[in-house]
Design a protein around this ligand. Structure first.
Ligand SMILES: *[C@@H]1O[C@H](CO)[C@@H](O)[C@H](O)[C@H]1NC(C)=O
Ligand SMILES: *[C@@H]1O[C@H](CO)[C@@H](O)[C@H](O)[C@H]1NC(C)=O
Ligand SMILES: *[C@@H]1O[C@H](CO)[C@@H](O)[C@H](O)[C@H]1NC(C)=O
Ligand SMILES: *[C@@H]1O[C@H](CO)[C@@H](O)[C@H](O)[C@H]1NC(C)=O
Ligand SMILES: *[C@@H]1O[C@H](CO)[C@@H](O)[C@H](O)[C@H]1NC(C)=O
Ligand SMILES: [Cu+2]
Length: 824
């Protein structure tokens, strides 16, 4: 048994101060803490292989920076860029090894694959800013290390994309200036003006661009006024309803122009036209969307009955049953084994997932999180976010122990390298076992009741991208099932309520605020290797049938019934969740069968949450172009290829009509037939979407709630083993009742089954005893104990390490467009 590491650190430091304090804080009176400490040290657990996907260490990053600065010296790379008129390294991270090289290492002890880094460089070419990708390796830096263009991962054939954001600092400045120029109008209509000296003035206005709709060759965007949201960052529910169009396509800021204005359903060609209209007595005014207590995210005052008692919490007095190699981020739990790693754009990915020694997946991880809005105003009407652009990994912040995850969870850090800085986000991944409030299985028989607990393992992180918080988790069940689940919370992005809104795109939810319909489509990759790398996918369809059976006659000529029809999927294709759940999508090993001659398989199913995960409602989205075609269907089955490692790139956002990775070029109907005469090796990959059609209503104020925003997909063993594999690991009890009969059968039935039969074996043991008997499988709690307060209510002030959380403002600074420093 081992205790989790972090509290141990606490224990050691506290105990060394004074034994008394230690006893007071951690009154584990009976079993000595020392014993556990020793067990922990003995059990120090090591991954079988190196985590070849791990983030670059700070030292690796430092070496690569130096090497690249040297090697690309002709670029005059700067360490502290002040604008993208300079050349600098935006992102440095691990270039994950090709599966072709990784698999022999993982499975056959071949040499470890070469380690490479990926550098995204902001680079001015012919006077235009670009983002250019390089691969650097092999690492560690040595005589054979080189810097090469990285293009094999991009099916555009390019390793670069033009950066339309000429100067994000100037864009914000321009916004402030144009807001200042209409301060007479904003004072009158909104009761506020911008404060140029302090743009974060809680009483001032903000002027903010819609960060999408990036056209070929530059930026033309609509700005909208916002109130900042004083208490909790509620800006996105405080739109103010004045919109201005700005042409910022030239890299000479002198060429930028403010164009049309839009207010309360009317479009004005110029600022002057807007002002003239406003000065007329019949000018039609909209309401004012004021901040107030309605945006407060908590209520400290209310005291309904019950609030004076804390709710039940889960505890784990004897430590976890999983084993964790923190260094390699490798986990082992009741037959499941996997590696964890992170990336700036995509957050967590799990690699080499096995169950009871058998391969299940090579890779499981998020690709892109998209939110697409609609509306009749210039902001919502074109609003779309691709949150990998801001960084689903970069925005994974410290979790709140006891709240985001149980107090007893293990917490892992994540690390990122940007513009020559290295950032560490402490405790941003958590890992814990949890016992559900419902059983995994149970059964009452005549003389027995048996119950198996549903304890599962969760790996969780939260990405807070501006207004939204995505809780993302991977859940492992004792039977071998794997669930991927997302829950969203945080502030919605609302639209200003003008007289034009009539519930066509949302509901009115405040004086001058409307909700704004949007689709969340969040794409994941699951590279399944079910028992073997060669897999097939089939659709097992439930179909009605009319058939005459010889045993039915003569009374019934034809019977209306149903049967299962297997349809092999023979080409790369998209699939949607079937109507009435009427098809099972099963990925099967091409070779391996279970003891009953059935091919080992995993079923892919819509999981738990709010209905089946949806896909994008919009057809051929004007905003998205070809940048996120994966969003248009529920799931996709493709050939797996080294040069198609991802469905999306964060910089797809810059060139939606000519994206770096165009998913349609991946999903191009290639064959899934393999074997003799085929060049395809039978290794398939599935991309699937989670998300929600989100029509926020009054209950989304102040924040969206996680139980209604949850979606999930499950991978469920289907003939994978010979029998339910959870039996050997599950913890539970069989209550043997008074009767002396074998309890498996009906009353009075004597159990005559062979002595090896599980059911009668247990029952016979009970026969030897008297009366009721509780027979436990798995260890139980044997004595009462005192729990330290820390187990019930973590000391958050002491434990939470972050001093400030660098939440993105959804502007360009700090996104994949780069991070610039202000001129001193
Ligand atoms: C790098 O700096 C040198 C010396 O100042 C200059 O001649 C050269 O044009 C610069 N190159 C680039 C790509 O900026
Ligand atoms: C991965 O495979 C691609 C395509 O075969 C190849 O071009 C590339 O160099 C490989 N990458 C690494 C890091 O070895
Ligand atoms: C604001 O007004 C000044 C003075 O007329 C003008 O020079 C400037 O271009 C205006 N700013 C914007 C962003 O239109
Ligand atoms: C979307 O684009 C495809 C391919 O360009 C076209 O076949 C289809 O008709 C379009 N659908 C809509 C609704 O525009
Ligand atoms: C960009 O963000 C960084 C980090 O928050 C900040 O230090 C810097 O001043 C910002 N740059 C600009 C130009 O606003
Ligand atoms: Cu939403």
């Amino acid at each position: 048994m081992e205790l989790r590491t972090r509290p141990l650190v606490l224990l050691i430091s506290t105990c060394s101060l004074a034994v008394l304090t230690c006893f007071y804080l951690f009154p584990f009176s009976n079993t000595g803490i020392d014993d556990r400490l020793r067990t922990k040290q003995k059990n120090s657990f090591q991954a079988p292989k190196e985590n070849i996907w791990s983030e670059l260490s700070n030292q690796e990053a430092k070496d690569v920076y130096e090497f690249v600065f040297d090697e690309l010296s002709y670029l005059n790379l700067t360490k502290h860029p002040k604008s993208n008129r300079e050349n600098f390294i935006v992102v440095l991270e691990t270039l994950r090894p090709n599966k072709t090289d990784a698999v022999p290492y993982l499975r056959d002890d071949a040499a470890i694959p070469e380690r490479w880094a990926m550098a995204r460089v902001a680079q001015v070419m012919e006077d235009e800013p670009y983002m250019v990708h390089y691969m650097v390796g092999p690492l560690p830096v040595g005589s054979d290390t080189q810097v090469l263009p990285l293009d094999y991962v991009f099916n555009s054939g390019r390793n670069y994309v033009a950066n339309p954001v000429q100067d994000f600092f100037a864009i914000m400045e321009f916004g402030l200036s144009l807001a200042e120029n209409v301060s007479d109008i904003t004072q009158d209509l909104l009761g506020a003006v911008v404060n140029r000296n302090d743009p974060s003035d809680p009483k001032g206005l903000l002027c903010w661009p819609r960060p999408s709709r990036i056209e070929r060759g530059g930026l033309s965007m609509w700005f909208e006024f916002f109130r900042p949201g004083t208490a909790s960052g509620a800006r996105t529910i405080l739109p103010q309803g004045i919109y201005v169009k700005v042409d910022a396509s030239s890299h000479n800021t002198d060429d930028w122009t403010a164009g049309q204005f839009y207010y309360n359903g009317y479009l004005y060609d110029t600022e002057n036209d807007f002002r003239k209209a406003w000065q007329k007595p019949d000018f039609s005014r909209a309401g004012i969307n004021q901040d107030g207590s309605w945006t407060d995210t908590e209520d400290f005052e209310s005291k309904p009955a019950g609030r004076e008692l804390p709710p039940p919490v889960a505890v784990q007095p004897y430590g976890p049953r999983y084993r964790l190699d923190k260094e390699q981020k490798f986990v082992s739990w009741f037959g499941f084994e996997f590696y964890i790693t992170t990336a700036q754009a995509t957050g967590l990915t799990l690699f080499d997932i096995r169950f009871k020694g058998k391969r299940v997946m090579y890779e499981l991880g998020l690709q892109e999180a998209m939110a697409h809005y609609a509306g009749d105003d210039p902001m919502q009407g074109g609003l779309e976010f691709m949150d990998s652009f801001f960084g689903m990994g970069l925005n994974m912040f410290e979790l709140v122990p006891g709240y985001d995850c149980p107090a007893y969870a293990d917490y892992l850090d994540s690390r990122f390298h940007q513009t020559t800085h290295s950032y560490e986000h402490p405790n941003s991944i958590c890992l814990f076992e949890y016992t559900a409030d419902h059983l995994l299985s149970r059964h009452s028989a005549q003389y027995s009741v048996t119950a198996s607990r549903n304890t599962y393992l969760v790996v969780r992180s939260v990405s807070t991208v501006g207004n939204y918080d995505y809780t993302i988790e991977y859940i492992f069940y004792l039977d071998g099932a794997i669930e991927v689940k997302i829950r969203a919370s945080g502030f919605i992005f609302g639209s200003f309520f003008a007289h034009t809104n009539e519930d066509e795109y949302g509901h009115r939810i405040q004086e001058a605020l409307s909700s704004s319909m949007h689709d969340h489509v969040i794409n994941f990759k699951a590279d399944l290797d079910v028992a073997t790398q060669e897999n097939d996918i089939v659709r097992l369809a439930w179909e009605p049938l009319t058939k005459s059976y010889p045993w039915d006659g003569p009374e019934i000529e034809e019977r209306n019934t149903m049967h299962i029809v297997e349809y092999p999927v023979e080409k790369e294709t998209a699939m949607d969740w079937p109507k009435n759940g009427g098809e099972f999508y099963v990925v099967m090993s091409s070779e391996e069968k279970n003891a009953w001659g059935e091919r080992k398989g995993y079923r892919i199913a819509a999981g738990t949450g709010m209905g089946s995960p949806p896909h994008l409602t919009i057809l051929n989205s004007t905003t998205l172009g070809d940048s996120a075609r994966w969003a248009e269907r529920d799931l996709w089955v493709l050939q797996r290829k080294d040069n198609e490692p991802r469905s999306a790139d964060p910089l797809n956002y810059f060139a939606p009509h000519d994206p770096l990775i165009d998913f349609t070029k991946m999903a191009n109907h290639e064959t899934l037939k393999h074997g003799e005469g085929s060049e395809y090796d039978g290794d398939l990959v599935v991309y699937f979407n989670l998300g929600a059609h989100h029509l926020p209503h009054s209950g989304d104020i102040p924040n969206t709630l996680m139980h209604t925003s949850a979606s999930s997909v499950m991978f469920v063993p289907h003939n994978f083993a010979d029998r339910d594999p959870s039996r050997e690991s599950v913890q539970g009890v069989r209550l043997q009742l008074k009767g002396k009969k074998g309890s498996g059968g009906f009353a009075g039935e004597q159990s005559e089954a062979a002595s090896g039969d599980l059911r009668t074996r247990v029952a016979r043991r009970a026969e030897a005893g008297e009366g009721h008997k509780a027979m436990y499988f798995g260890q139980t709690y044997e004595e009462g104990m005192k729990l330290p307060l820390e187990a019930l209510e973590p000391d958050l002030v002491g434990r939470f390490e972050s001093e400030e959380i660098g939440v993105t403002d959804l502007g360009f600074n700090g996104s994949a467009a780069g991070l610039w420093e202000r001129e001193q």
